[in-house]
Design a protein. Structure first.
Length: 575
């Protein structure tokens, strides 16, 4: 059915009456209000506004009145390519949604089927026959928000093949004028190359992108599973334009080349929202660009997916269910601490709990949780934010990182006054969180009174399942593992294949060390005993050291002994 054949069969009010949705009295009331407002309002809008019926009931009635199908619209019903057939401004102004195109017929969801002029314009713009379905304006707007990014979001959809890199037009003379450089940065070859770099990084699960200039050489490296590898060497002549393009996307100053700059880019890659944190720093041969790739889909996960052993998972769930106290997640940068905290918040998230976070920056938005971002330049730091947050009636507080004396003391005081506080620290092991808090100026007796647990973690690479093979390690390694575990497990490793870029590894998993002090250990904290003594007491109390948790994953054929020895500090445990 085309737009020209759409003719009303029954008035909307009559259809609603026939369906038993409204009464004649309610229609009369709405018509009187419509007349009083000069007929500027639609009858359906007024009926919804007066709470006589819902938007869905109006849309279904309109569909019947005009002889059209009615569809409760969701993003799953739409083809993203169809949405792009019409300009964004047109879709938002007229509240229409192209759903899918079959041959030369475009199916469009509309909230006002009587507007034949809009249908004529759609047919002209798309050169297609138009098939209409009725939907609510609310559903159409919500779906449009899914497929149409905000004004500052870049859609990465210009994808090229590796072989096509050699075909890029060279930019022989690097422009010195900033206006010329900005113009070059917006040209198709540069835009396509930058899009390709971002798209490939997301596709290959890279955590970071390094764009590094050398003398007449430009290389792009990705960090995948914690290790850097070279992805490509674009033409050196494109270097200035590539950096400028990234600066433009991150809203940085392309004229500033002598000072470091930081910014962020929001992109959609295959309809997935991805955040890019950009750092630009001047070097010997030009500015080096490092881009941190933050995939919200991977960050927002549950505790079961993080690699916890059964006992550690059970204990950690018990830990975060405490009504008050402080829980710390420790480890070096890039060890997945924030992912663990987000998973813990997901576990706690419900309508009865007020969860608030203070982060720098907010890395993942979680529905139902109040998240606040610090702004050091404006004086809104962790300490000030945390102090204000305590007046927001929180039950659970997540502090992105405890960096200084003031933040540490406020966090401990919050834990002592009826709040559960989750945060991160940079320490080598779980008991080390105690000495770190004391070093930051928290009194030992306050640490003892507030600490519920400390979790240390590292990320180890998983064996590639495509090339996994059994092998026998060296005699010394075999004896060492046998000493630790009391038995010698079967060892596996990846021999290397195309899918894992011949590394033998694919993906990562966490190994953990959970420190839950008992009364004896808490007394030792108050007495400020040395860390080595504290750690020995924790192990005697049942704490499984990091390397032993890792060995459980070696025995399960998940990772290799080489990975455990690489990331776990085992010197003290060998004594």
């Amino acid at each position: 059915m085309t737009q020209s054949s759409v003719q009303t069969k029954l008035p909307l009010g009559q259809v609603l009456l026939n369906r038993g949705v409204v009464t004649q009295e309610q229609i009369d009331t709405a018509l009187k209000q419509q007349s009083a407002q000069g007929h500027n309002r639609l009858l359906g809008e007024l009926l919804v506004e007066l709470a006589y019926c819902s938007e869905n009931q109006i849309a279904a009635a309109l569909a019947e009145a005009y002889g059209l199908p009615y569809a409760p619209i969701t993003p799953r019903l739409c083809d993203p390519e169809a949405v792009e057939l019409l300009p964004r401004e047109f879709l938002e102004e007229h509240i229409v949604l192209p759903m899918f195109k079959v041959f030369e017929t475009l199916t469009v969801a509309v909230s006002e089927p009587a507007n034949v002029f809009v249908m004529d314009e759609i047919r002209r713009l798309t050169d297609c026959r138009v098939q209409m379905v009725c939907a609510t304006a609310k559903d159409i707007r919500a779906t449009l928000q899914t497929y149409l990014p905000a004004a500052n979001v870049f859609v990465i959809d210009e994808i090229i093949d590796d072989a096509a890199l050699a075909d890029f037009a060279m930019i022989e003379n690097l422009p010195e004028d900033i206006t010329d450089l900005e113009e070059v940065a917006g040209q198709s070859p540069v835009v396509k190359l930058v899009n390709y770099i971002i798209y490939s990084a997301v596709h290959e699960n890279a955590s970071d992108i390094h764009i590094e200039p050398d003398e007449k050489v430009l290389r792009v490296r990705y960090r995948v599973d914690g290790r850097l590898y070279e992805k490509m060497r674009p033409p050196w002549q494109m270097y200035a334009a590539i950096v400028s393009r990234i600066k433009i996307m991150a809203d940085l100053d392309i004229a500033q080349r002598r000072l470091p700059q930081d910014g962020s880019i929001h992109v959609l890659v295959q309809s997935r929202p991805i955040d890019l944190r950009v750092s630009v720093m001047p070097g010997t041969y030009g500015e080096k660009v490092v881009i941190r790739v933050i995939d919200f889909r991977k960050m927002l996960t549950n505790l079961e997916a993080l690699g916890f052993g059964y006992n550690n998972l059970t204990l950690f769930k018990k830990v975060i269910s405490h009504p008050n106290g402080i829980v710390l997640v420790t480890g070096p940068t890039g060890s997945g601490k924030n992912t663990t905290l987000y998973a813990g918040l997901n576990e706690l998230n419900n309508e009865q709990v007020n969860i608030c976070t203070v982060e720098d920056p907010v890395e993942c938005n979680i529905h139902g949780i109040n998240q606040f971002e610090v702004h050091e330049g404006a004086g809104f730091n962790f300490a000030n934010a945390l102090r204000s947050l305590l007046r927001q009636d929180p039950d659970v507080i997540m502090v992105g990182e405890i960096r200084d004396r003031e933040t540490a003391n406020i966090a401990v005081q919050a834990a002592l006054t009826g709040h559960l506080v989750l945060s991160t620290l940079h320490t080598n092991d779980a008991p080390g969180a105690i000495t770190r808090l004391i070093d930051l100026g928290v009194a030992p007796y306050l640490v003892s009174a507030s600490l519920v647990a400390a979790l240390s973690q590292r990320l180890v690479r998983k064996i590639c399942p495509n090339c996994k093979d059994e092998y026998e390690p060296s005699h010394a390694i075999g004896k060492l593992v046998e000493k630790w575990m009391g038995q010698k497990p079967t060892f596996f490793r990846g021999i290397g294949c195309k899918k894992c870029r011949n590394t033998g590894y694919s993906g990562r998993i966490a190994i953990h060390e959970l420190f839950m002090p008992d009364e004896k250990v808490l007394d030792m904290i108050t007495q400020s005993v040395p860390l080595k003594t504290l750690r020995a007491a924790a192990v005697a109390n049942g704490m499984v050291p990091l390397h032993l948790d890792g060995l459980e994953k070696v025995a399960a054929g998940i990772t290799t002994i080489d990975e455990i020895l690489r990331v776990a500090n085992v010197s003290e445990d060998l004594a």
